[in-house]
Structure formats: structure tokens, C-alpha cells
Design a protein around this ligand. Structure first.
Ligand code: PLP
Length: 382
């Protein structure tokens, strides 16, 4: 809990993560003396340009990509929108897009937007664990399919999707494949030298970089139209003065996260399983999502007889930050589209709790969670 101002337990790493000390230190000069605009031609500008290009190279290396395949954006939402709308604008004759029912709204609402402009969207179902069947992708492909977009890992239930198999099917059909890797980058190995992915979205604040910086990987040779018009930044494809400090922080945070994937996956899976056992011991608790193909830090449960939002508030009063599922935390009360797509019955969707562990989670935190969460569940059921 080094990062927290007061003693709290943070168990919402899928929402955002604290900025690592390494990223903060690397960024500091670019928020102070090295503040130049990377498009400026004098030394301060040239230094900022150099830092930006070094960051691009480091991010490319962390993903097994080439430097000129990485484009900086402001967030995962922008990367997702740009991948879909940019490819659609570049290829207006190809009118069909395939995606899934469990994508983040950044993808689903970009698809809604394209539907209004005449694109036809096939939304693939998932099984009870939230997994897409690669065979369903093959069957949905058409001669006019523009793109297939399937997320690498789900933000609510943590299910890991079979993107390597789906990518192979797309490649064999000559159809570009986009993956929203916002929850996967820095947490799952992603090697674009071997992974058949053409467009990949990532967002810095999910792995220890600040909010407001993201990236889109675009495989060399694939053309997409810009989303923003303006200056000639990012090879004329993404106008707007670059977030140099953010890019520097994202490069450092991603490299550190990727290097620690093997150790962190083992450590967090152990802590996660301990917590799942403690929650299931309450009785009437069901784990949502896949058991075997799941992000190491994700716990998503339905707690029979308790309201998710009331549990969230009770845990908050005890210094614990968790999520009640994306819809509840947004306060709109609508059931989660992810759980609905998985066929979770309505009585199990209003009582969900998501705890996501990450780099700042300690064994002591999990010991406290194993004690406090069941206490609050028992109180909520009275
Ligand atoms: N895609 C997924 C899977 C996410 O989990 C999120 C954020 O939670 C996003 C996209 C949007 O990313 P950002 O918050 O950087 O816009």
C-alpha cells in the first residue's frame, strides 16, 4: 500500500492503477525543465521529440512490434474508436464488422455509431464463462467483412479470449483483426511477432502509467484514416500535441509490467484463489467467468441475498475500494451487458462484487479482505 495517502486497501485495479514510482521519476523532467513541444525545431523541442521516439521504441519492444507500428493516443477508448472508425473510413466499401457481446462500450458504441452510417454489425454470443468460440468467428465471416474485433481479456469477469486462434482464422480469410488489449497489456504475454493481430489498443493507466495516455498498434501495411484532423503529428494520423511525459511514463510502466508478468501472475493467482475460497466459504456465492482462463488478479462473484452497491458502500466505510460491476458503479442500475451475454440469471446480476488485485496488493491486504468481506456479506444479508 506504498502508494496510498491513508491506510486503505485498493482492490479495483481493473478500473485504474496507481502510477509506479519508476514511471513517476521518468516523467518528472518532462513535466518540468524538459517541457518542449516535440514539433519545435530548437533544442528543447528536439529533446522532447527524442524522448517521445525513445518511448515509442520501448513500447514497441515490450509488445514485439516495430517502432513505426505504435501510435500514441489519449486513452483506450480513443484507440478502440480509432481502430474501428479509422479502418471503416479507409475502406468504405467493406460494410460488415464482427464483434462480441462482451466488448467494452468503447467498441460496442463505436459499432453503434458505424451502424448508423450504414455498416452491418454481427455481435457474436459468448458461453457461460464469457468466452467466444473461434468457430463462430469463422462462420460469421463474409466477403465484405471489414474487421473482426474481439477483446483480449474482459474488464468485468476477467475471462481471457482465444485471440491467437481467432487471429489465425482472420488471417487465413484476409480480414484484419483488432483486439482491445486494455486489460491484457502488461498482464498477459503479448508478442506481436507471433500473435496474428493487426490492430491492438492499450491504455497506460491500467498498468502503472498515468491516465490520459494510450496507444494503438497498427500492423505495418494496414492503412487507417485519422480520427482527428489538425496538425501532422504521429505521421499525420493522430493530430494533437503529444503527451510526452505520459508516453515516457507509459513506456517505463509497460516494460516493468511485462518483465514481471511471470512472477506477478503466479503471486496474484495464489492471492486471488485464497480470496475466492474465503468468499465461497460464505455460502451462496458464485464465481462468474472462467476458472481456468482468467486474469490473475480478477475475482467477480454474485453474492446471493446481498446488494452489490450496498456491499460496496459498506466496504468503502471500512477502507476497502472494490467495484460492484461497471453498471452499478456508474450508478445507472442497468444490468451488466457482459453478465447478460453470459446468461447469468437476473437474481445473480444485482448482487455482484468485483475485486481486482494488482501490483500494490500485498498478502496482508488479502488476509484482511478474506476476513472483512465475509463479515460485511453476513451483515448485508441480515
Ligand atoms: N477497453 C477495456 C477492456 C477497458 O477495460 C477500458 C477501461 O476500463 C477501456 C477499453 C477504456 O480505456 P480508457 O479508460 O483508457 O479510455
Amino acid at each position: 500500500m506504498l502508494f496510498m495517502e491513508i491506510r486503505r486497501i485498493y482492490a479495483d485495479h481493473a478500473a485504474t492503477t496507481p502510477v509506479t514510482a519508476h514511471a513517476r521519476d521518468a516523467m518528472a523532467p518532462y513535466l518540468a525543465m524538459r517541457f518542449g513541444n516535440p514539433s519545435a525545431l530548437y533544442r528543447t523541442g528536439r529533446n522532447a521529440r527524442q524522448a517521445l521516439e525513445d518511448a515509442r521504441g520501448e513500447i514497441a519492444a515490450s509488445l514485439g512490434a516495430a517502432t513505426d507500428e505504435i501510435f500514441f493516443t489519449s486513452c483506450g477508448t480513443e484507440s478502440d474508436n480509432w481502430a474501428l472508425k479509422g479502418l471503416a473510413a479507409q475502406n468504405p466499401a467493406r460494410r460488415h464488422i464482427i464483434t462480441t457481446a462482451v466488448e467494452h462500450h468503447a467498441v460496442l458504441r463505436a459499432c453503434d455509431s458505424l451502424r448508423r452510417f450504414g455498416w452491418e454489425i454481427t455481435v457474436l454470443p459468448v458461453n457461460g464463462e464469457g468466452r467466444v468460440d473461434p468457430e463462430s468467428v469463422r462462420q460469421a465471416l463474409r466477403d465484405d467483412t471489414l474487421l473482426v474485433s474481439v477483446m483480449a481479456a474482459n474488464n468485468e469477469v476477467g475471462t481471457i479470449e482465444p485471440i491467437a486462434e481467432i487471429g489465425q482464422i482472420c488471417r487465413a480469410a484476409g480480414v484484419p483483426f483488432h483486439t482491445d488489449a486494455v486489460q491484457a497489456a502488461g498482464h498477459l504475454p503479448l508478442d506481436l511477432k507471433t500473435l496474428p493481430v493487426d490492430l491492438l489498443s492499450l491504455s497506460g493507466h491500467k498498468f502503472g502509467a498515468p491516465k490520459g495516455i494510450g496507444a494503438l498498434y497498427v500492423r505495418r501495411g494496414l492503412k487507417i484514416a485519422p480520427l482527428l484532423d489538425g496538425g501532422g503529428q504521429e505521421h499525420g494520423l493522430r493530430a494533437g500535441t503529444e503527451n510526452v511525459a505520459g508516453a515516457v511514463g507509459m513506456a517505463v510502466a509497460l516494460a516493468d509490467a511485462v518483465n514481471s508478468i511471470p512472477a506477478e501472475t503466479a503471486r496474484l493467482s495464489r492471492l486471488r484463489d485464497r480470496l475466492i475460497d474465503a468468499l465461497c466459504a460464505c455460502g451462496g456465492v458464485t464465481l462468474n467467468g472462467s476458472i481456468s482462463s482468467r486474469l490473475a488478479g480478477n475475482i467477480h462473484v454474485s453474492v446471493e441475498g446481498a446488494s452489490g452497491s450496498r456491499l460496496l458502500a459498506a466496504l468503502d466505510r471500512r477502507g476497502i475500494a472494490v467495484s460492484a460491476g461497471s453498471a452499478c458503479s456508474a450508478g445507472n442500475g442497468a444490468p451488466s451487458h457482459v453478465l447478460a451475454a453470459m446468461g447469468v440469471p437476473p437474481e445473480r446480476t444485482a448482487c455482484t462484487l468485483r475485486l481486482t488485485l494488482g501490483a500494490c496488493t500485498t498478502a496482508e491486504d488479502v488476509a484482511s479482505l478474506c476476513r472483512i468481506v465475509p463479515e460485511e456479506v453476513a451483515k448485508a444479508r441480515k
